[in-house]
Ligand binder design. Structure first.
Ligand code: LLP
Length: 418
């Protein structure tokens, strides 16, 4: 996370001390470094230069409008999973023609709106979804561009909750049923079959399963060609991991080289749906220590951020580095860093060696992906602010929620509707 570096004792984001951001905007808050977003995107665009490709940023990882806008300005497309996400892309100035729409549960209304908007492709995940999309497109007098999400049945070897390419997952169409489903799709009048896609899992620290999945898809592409169904693109999903601790995630350039070699001479364009690898290490969650507490054989640092702000540690037992914003020379102790929420699983990190005092600031690192987007209002906690930093300029890109906003949808209904 080069965008986050110590200068002497102070942790900076780009050219700004994080402590200054906490003083101005309060804590907890998410802080994103624009240079890190650009750098991560460029790693993809440079690595895939020379082949016809479109990076479709999976905005479930971080759907802040300013982040979307930044990627759109770099030429990015977008992978979305709800009409809400599609509308975010448009609200941020992204192009409709660069949106793909994934997800197992698209409603007829979502389909209707997406057709009206004119997205690039629907990534269809079941036969029944195909039939529904065909009907909705017919009613709208349109032809829906589609790809089928095929389940290549390879093991992503990642956490089971974020592994999606195995047979027993709810996602995608079984590999063995793919040819028949394509034949069905090609026979439906209001569908235009243009691609094939897969997404096998997230936080992969080895690219081999991703390449194996591509190989499996290309076998299908050939069989489809023989059956007279010629595809325009292959979409290999997202999934490249990032470094949270000591992982060595796959190098984008090596990954790209393996893909380019396989696609050479095929006349297929490539779509990618990276999420985490574009934003994960571009963000931190900034939090302040409210109390230090000595339990029975345990030290706790009770901070003002909690599982509602960053769910990953409690939900996936995910590891995030936790760094002091101002380094001290004091003796180090081992802390569980926990939040104020009333759940034993409310922790941000366990057994962390820290030299800290009450009132100190901590930065929970690598929190740019699946941080703010997975946050909630549990315990009636307003979601924190989000800031985007570029050089020495700090921009508030999401204001901290207010109590009034949290109760707005209830207050008028308090005495009943009649
Ligand atoms: N495409 C599809 C269809 C997906 O379902 C996902 C993520 C992506 C792309 C982006 O994958 P990425 O490049 O970010 O690995 N909340 C979990 C991660 C869930 C990922 C869900 N799908 C976490 O915090 O680790």
């Amino acid at each position: 996370m080069q965008a986050f570096q110590y200068q002497d004792r102070e942790l900076f984001v780009e050219d700004v001390p994080l402590a200054q951001i906490a003083d101005t905007f309060g804590t907890p808050c998410y802080v994103y470094a624009e240079s890190a977003l650009t750098q991560a995107y460029s790693a993809y665009s440079n690595a895939f230069a020379g082949i016809d490709h479109l990076v479709c940023y999976a905005l479930k990882a971080n759907s802040n409008l300013a982040v979307i806008r930044h990627f759109a300005s770099l030429g990015s497309g977008f992978d979305t999973v709800s009409i809400g996400e599609i509308r975010r892309v448009l609200a941020a100035g992204g192009e409709a023609g660069k949106i793909v729409f994934s997800g197992v549960g698209k409603s007829a209304d979502e389909m209707r709106q997406a057709l009206e908007i004119g997205i690039h492709c629907f990534n269809v995940e079941s036969v029944n979804e195909l039939e529904r999309l065909n009907r909705v497109a017919g009613e709208a007098g349109k032809r829906a561009p589609i790809s089928l999400r095929v389940n290549p049945n390879v093991d992503a070897r990642t956490h089971p909750y974020i592994s999606t390419g195995l047979k027993n997952n709810k996602f995608g169409i079984a590999y063995e049923q793919a040819l028949d489903t394509y034949r069905r799709a090609a026979a439906l009048p209001n569908l235009n079959v243009i691609g094939i896609d897969c997404h096998i899992g997230s936080q992969l620290t080895d690219a081999t399963p991703l390449i194996d999945a591509l190989d499996r898809l290309l076998v299908l592409v050939d069989q489809l060609g023989e059956a007279g169904i010629r595809l325009k693109h292959v979409d290999i999903g997202g999934g490249l991991g990032i470094r949270y601790d000591h992982e060595t995630p796959p190098d984008v350039a090596a990954y790209a080289a393996a893909i380019k070699q396989r696609l050479a001479g095929r006349g297929l364009s490539l779509l990618l749906e990276p999420g985490r690898s574009l934003v994960g290490n571009a963000g931190v969650l900034l939090t302040r220590i409210e109390y230090l507490k000595q339990g029975d054989g345990k030290h706790f640092a009770i901070v003002d951020a909690a599982m509602n702000d960053l769910m990953r540690p409690s939900y996936y037992q995910a590891y995030h580095q936790i760094r002091p914003v101002t380094r001290r020379d004091d003796a180090v102790a081992t802390y569980d860093v926990v939040g104020p929420v009333c759940e034993s699983s409310d922790f941000l990190g366990k057994d962390r060696e820290l030299a800290v005092q009450e009132g100190d600031l901590l930065a929970v690192m690598s929190a740019g992906a699946y941080g703010a987007t997975m946050s909630s209002n549990y315990n009636t906690r307003p979601r924190g602010a989000e800031l985007l930093v570029s050089g020495d300029s700090v921009r508030l890109v999401r204001a901290r929620e207010t109590f009034e906003q949290l109760i707005a949808n209830e207050i008028g209904l308090l005495d009943g509707n009649d």
